[in-house]
Structure formats: structure tokens, C-alpha cells
Design a protein around this ligand. Structure first.
Ligand code: GLY
Length: 566
């Protein structure tokens, strides 16, 4: 049963009211598409779409399938953000399923007796885990936006968990790199015969299948209350964590107003706090407008982009945190007036970050390839961009016994101590300090772009670099690149500190490197390519649908066109 007016009905209603048809004037979508980081998750999403589910049902199916087949990137023990567009009424929704700090969390819980930070405490083991949000999101999205039952949406993941699936080379490598951090239950799952699995081995996860079936039967209550909650909390508590049953029982997703940015005829809809993504993007686009970017050759264009990134990431460090707990001057940070002021400080030479009014910062390094993103559009034009995470690969490495659920280490995204870099080299201040029930600041930035080229749905994992990768993909789209080019384009990044441009080797020519150095930039080629973008482009002018999965990963993007179309 359809719960919302279809586009034709909406158009008729708007016409009767004498209002412009807006979204209703778009052509019919020429099919549907799913792009995700794993072929089996893409297949799960397509199956749900082809059996009558909508994009929101498919998002639930893809989320759950990724928890099984890409367990190092996201899962039931983590959280994330879903950006939804409901075609029936043209509304956008942002579902914040970010983890929360346990009620017993304190600002100094990751310091030793001498007040020194102990990074392993916020990265390894159950003390590093926030209260997961993904199980609540599965139910919330199915109930409020989907057509299917939760059980129907979780069925493909249950099968993948209980029947098993072939380990791919990436999963085998991630298990090998993380095995030393695994708790006993995690070892039993991922090293089933005591040794490392190799590509092609079958991985069965019966406990995870059982947890998924419990959620399918009892909804999110089945996870946050009762026997399963007791197993999760009991394990965490026994092994040094601080979760209480009340922390699990009180977890709720939050619907928030997405950030909207207008840039040269394009409307960018993206992530609000507790993601830093939207505000940071708004600041960068504001500076680009102020600079009439690009104001010179390729090198000048890159220099200006880097200087805009530097300034926005500096403000991220100083001002951003969970706005339910701290006052963030969002209006001022996103205003064009403020962007003009920041842009006025951008000259021909690089501005050393150490001269930018934030003292005592430590050296740090950008990294991060964890997390996951997927994009979906259905035949009605409903869309989803979702970025989900358990933070670093396999999160905390901790799995409470008999749950099959790897817990996140998202507590490391807080300022575990002021100005001390987290796993991504990001520094934070008081705004992002640990507080009970607060959500840690994130970089996850699921994004829609609407404009003269139609609809672009984008996002990527990649820690602190997520925001600049999304920025580059939006610029690629607005500059006319097709979706495959936008996803494949070489990447560069600056995050205020460390004060250097990290870049994929193909991103800067030898000449550009020389010229950027002459402008005072330090350059650091990245040893590995970064990101794993999953994007969809619905070109409404030619009415064509295209999707692309990042060539850096093993994902799969599939477009299914209506039978009648060529
Ligand atoms: N845990 C990565 C992020 O949320 O930015």
C-alpha cells in the first residue's frame, strides 16, 4: 500500500491550488539504481526494489546487507546518517542515527592519571563504543517511509549471514590487518578455524543472523531492550565498558533539517550537525563564490580550493559539536558575509595554519578509509544517500558474545582531550568534548545536488577527507563531468592541520606541484588512493539514469531501466 501521494496526484493537487508544480514537473524516472560498496549489498537493494519496495525499503536492505558483507565498514553496532528525498511531496529528510555517548561518560575518561590522553582507550575495546544508532534507523525508515515490513527488508541480510557468502580480497585483507584487535567472539566469527580467511572462503555469521532475525521480529525494541540488550550491555560492562541498559533503552534517532546551499544555480542538500559536512561545505562554497573561483589557471584554482578547505576545517575544529549540547553559531558560520571575510584573507601565498589563532595544536595525520556510503533512486524518484560507520576498520574490534555485532569506536570522534588529534588527525575543542548522551562530531556527508543537470546523489567513506571528497564530486558534477568521471577523479585534501596538501598522485601534475610549493604549500602524496564513492546521476534533460561505484573499491553500481526503454 502506498502511503504518500504519487507524483501525478501531487501535480493535480498543486494545479488545483494554483501553485507551481515544482518537483512534480520532472519527467518519470527512467528506471531505478543502487550504488553501494559491495555487489551483494547492491543486489539486496535491487531485489527489494524489484519486489515492490521503494528506495527507503531498499536503503534498509542495503544497510543490513552491508553489516554482513562489509563488517569492517559499518554494521548494527554503529550509526550513520540517511538523507532521504520523498518524491510524492518533494520533501527532504535527514535521519540522524549517530551513536551517543553512554550516560556514565565523562570528559576525562580517555586520560591517564596524569591527565595524558591514552588513544587506545577511545579506539580499542568496549570503552571506545558509543550506543549504536543503526538498528533504530532500520525500524524508523521502514515504518515512516517504506512500504514493506521490517522482516521483508532484512530478509536478504539474514540469508547472507546464515547461509554465508564468499570472502572477497578486501575483507580478507581487512581481517588480516585487524585480527590483533579482535575480542574472543570476533575472533570466533572472522577467524573461524583459528586462521585468517582467504578470498573465496565462505563466511557464515549465525549470531549476526540471529540478531537480525530478532530485530525483524521485534523491531528495534528487540535490540535495545530485553535479552539481546542484556547480552550487549553485559559483555561491554564485563570487559571494561560503561554502557547501561538504560543507555540502550533511551536511544532514539533524530530527524533534523538538512543543510541547504545554493551555488551557481545548483541546490546542494546535505548533512547538518552533528555532521560537520554541511557547514564546512557551505563555508567552502561561500568562499568560492566570493573569490569568483577559479580566478586563474589550474594551479591557482587548486590553491584557492585548498585555502578555502583550510579555513573551513579550522572553524570545524573551533566551533563544531553536537548542537543539542553546545551553542554553535551556525547562521554566522554559513553566512555569505562571513565567507566574504574569510575569502578576503586568501592571497597568492598559502596561509600557514599555525598563524591562524588556535594555539597548542599537535601534529597529526589525515587518514581513514573505513565507513561506507550508498546511493539509491527508485522508479518514483524517491532517493537515498546514506553514509554509515563503525568508525575505523572493525570499529572497536569488540563483539559481545552471542550477538555477532561488532561495536563501533565512534567515541574517538569526540575531543578525547582538547586539541589532541583523533584517528583522522582531526583536532577539536570544547564544543566536541565528551558528555553523557552527546553525539560525537562526524564528517559523514550524504548529499543531493539538484540543478540544471538534474539530480546527483553522492557520498563516500574516508574519515576526515569525506567532506573534501564530496566537495570535489559536486564541483565535478557542476563542471559537467559525468558520474563515472566525478567518482573516479583524483583527489586532494587539506584539513587545516596537518598543514599540508595530501593528494593522490594523479591529482597534481609535476608542474602544479612545483607551482604550489612556490606558493608556500607543503605537499604529501598519499601512498594509497582514498575514498569509495557511490553516486547516481539522473540527467533530467536527456532523461537518462547513470550510476557509478568508485574504481578504488569493489562496489557495484547498477541501473535497471524499464523493459520498454532502449
Ligand atoms: N567516524 C567517522 C566520521 O563520522 O566522521
Amino acid at each position: 500500500m502506498k502511503r504518500f501521494p504519487g507524483r501525478a496526484l501531487l501535480a493535480a493537487m498543486l494545479l488545483l491550488l494554483g501553485l507551481p508544480a515544482g518537483a512534480a514537473s520532472l519527467p518519470d524516472v527512467p528506471g531505478h539504481a543502487v550504488a553501494s560498496a559491495h555487489p551483494l549489498a547492491t543486489r539486496a537493494g535491487l531485489k527489494v526494489l524489484e519486489r515492490g519496495g521503494n528506495a527507503f525499503d531498499a536503503a534498509v536492505a542495503v544497510t543490513a546487507a552491508l553489516a554482513v558483507v562489509e563488517p569492517y565498514g559499518s554494521g548494527l553496532g554503529g550509526g550513520g546518517f540517511y538523507l532521504l528525498h520523498r518524491a510524492g511531496d518533494g520533501k527532504d529528510f535527514f535521519v540522524d542515527a549517530r551513536e551517543t555517548a553512554p550516560g556514565a561518560a565523562t570528559g576525562d575518561m580517555y586520560l591517564d592519571r596524569d591527565g595524558k590522553p591514552v588513544p587506545s582507550l577511545s579506539r580499542d575495546g568496549p570503552l571506545a563504543a558509543g550506543i549504536p544508532g543503526t538498528p533504530a534507523a532500520l525500524e524508523h525508515i521502514t515504518q515512516l517511509f517504506g512500504r514493506n515490513s521490517l522482516a521483508e527488508n532484512l530478509a536478504p541480510a539474514v540469508r547472507l549471514a546464515t547461509e554465508g557468502f564468499p570472502v572477497d580480497a578486501k575483507l580478507a585483507a581487512r581481517i588480516a590487518a585487524s585480527a590483533h584487535r579482535f575480542s574472543e567472539a570476533a575472533e570466533a566469527v572472522f577467524l573461524p578455524d583459528g586462521g585468517l580467511p582467504v578470498a573465496g572462503d565462505r563466511l557464515v555469521q549465525n549470531d549476526l543472523g540471529g540478531t537480525l532475525m530478532t530485530i525483524a521480529e521485534h523491531g528495534s525494541e528487540g535490540f535495545y531492550r530485553g535479552e539481546l540488550a542484556e547480552r550487549l550491555q553485559g559483555g561491554v560492562f564485563r570487559d571494561g565498558g560503561i554502557w547501561s541498559l538504560a543507555d540502550l533503552a533511551r536511544y532514539r534517532v533524530k530527524e533534523r533539517e538538512p543543510v541547504r546551499i545554493d551555488y551557481r544555480g545548483y541546490r546542494i542538500t546535505t548533512a547538518p550537525l552533528p555532521s560537520a559536512g554541511g557547514i564546512t561545505l557551505a563555508q567552502i562554497f561561500g568562499m568560492l563564490d566570493a573569490l569568483k573561483w577559479p580566478s586563474g589557471d589550474d594551479t591557482a584554482a587548486r590553491h584557492e580550493l585548498v585555502e578555502a578547505m583550510r579555513r573551513a576545517y579550522r572553524d570545524r575544529a573551533v566551533y563544531l559539536g553536537d548542537s543539542d549540547f553546545v551553542d554553535v553559531p551556525v547562521g554566522r558560520l554559513m553566512s555569505q558575509e562571513y565567507a566574504n571575510t574569510l575569502a578576503a584573507g586568501i592571497g597568492r601565498m598559502a596561509t600557514p595554519s599555525e598563524t591562524m589563532e588556535i594555539a597548542g595544536l599537535q601534529e597529526n595525520r589525515a587518514k581513514g578509509e573505513n565507513t561506507t556510503h550508498f546511493s539509491i533512486i527508485d522508479d518514483d524518484g524517491n532517493r537515498v544517500a546514506a553514509t554509515l560507520s563503525i568508525n575505523t576498520w572493525f570499529g572497536s574490534g569488540y563483539m559481545p558474545a552471542e550477538t555477532g555485532v561488532i561495536l563501533n569506536n565512534e567515541m574517538d570522534d569526540f575531543a578525547t582531550a582538547p586539541l589532541v588529534p583523533n584517528a583522522y588527525g582531526l583536532v577539536h575543542t570544547e564544543a566536541n568534548a565528551v558528555q553523557p548522551h552527546k553525539r560525537p562530531l562526524s564528517s559523514m556527508t550524504p548529499t543531493f545536488v539538484d540543478g540544471p543537470r538534474g539530480v546527483f546523489i553522492t557520498g563516500t567513506p574516508g574519515g576526515s577527507r569525506i567532506i573534501t571528497m564530496v566537495l570535489l564530486s559536486v564541483l565535478a558534477h557542476t563542471n559537467g563531468l559525468n558520474v563515472e568521471q566525478a567518482v573516479a577523479a583524483p583527489r586532494f585534501h587539506h584539513q587545516f592541520l596537518p598543514d599540508r596538501i595530501s593528494f593522490e598522485p594523479e591529482a597534481l601534475t609535476a608542474e602544479q606541484r612545483t607551482k604550489l610549493r612556490a606558493r608556500g604549500h607543503e605537499l604529501e602524496p598519499s601512498s594509497r588512493r582514498f575514498g569509495n564513492m557511490q553516486a547516481i546521476h539522473w540527467d533530467t534533460r536527456r532523461n537518462r539514469l547513470e550510476a557509478a561505484s568508485d574504481p578504488r573499491g569493489i562496489g557495484d553500481a547498477k541501473v535497471v531501466r524499464p523493459r520498454s526503454s532502449p
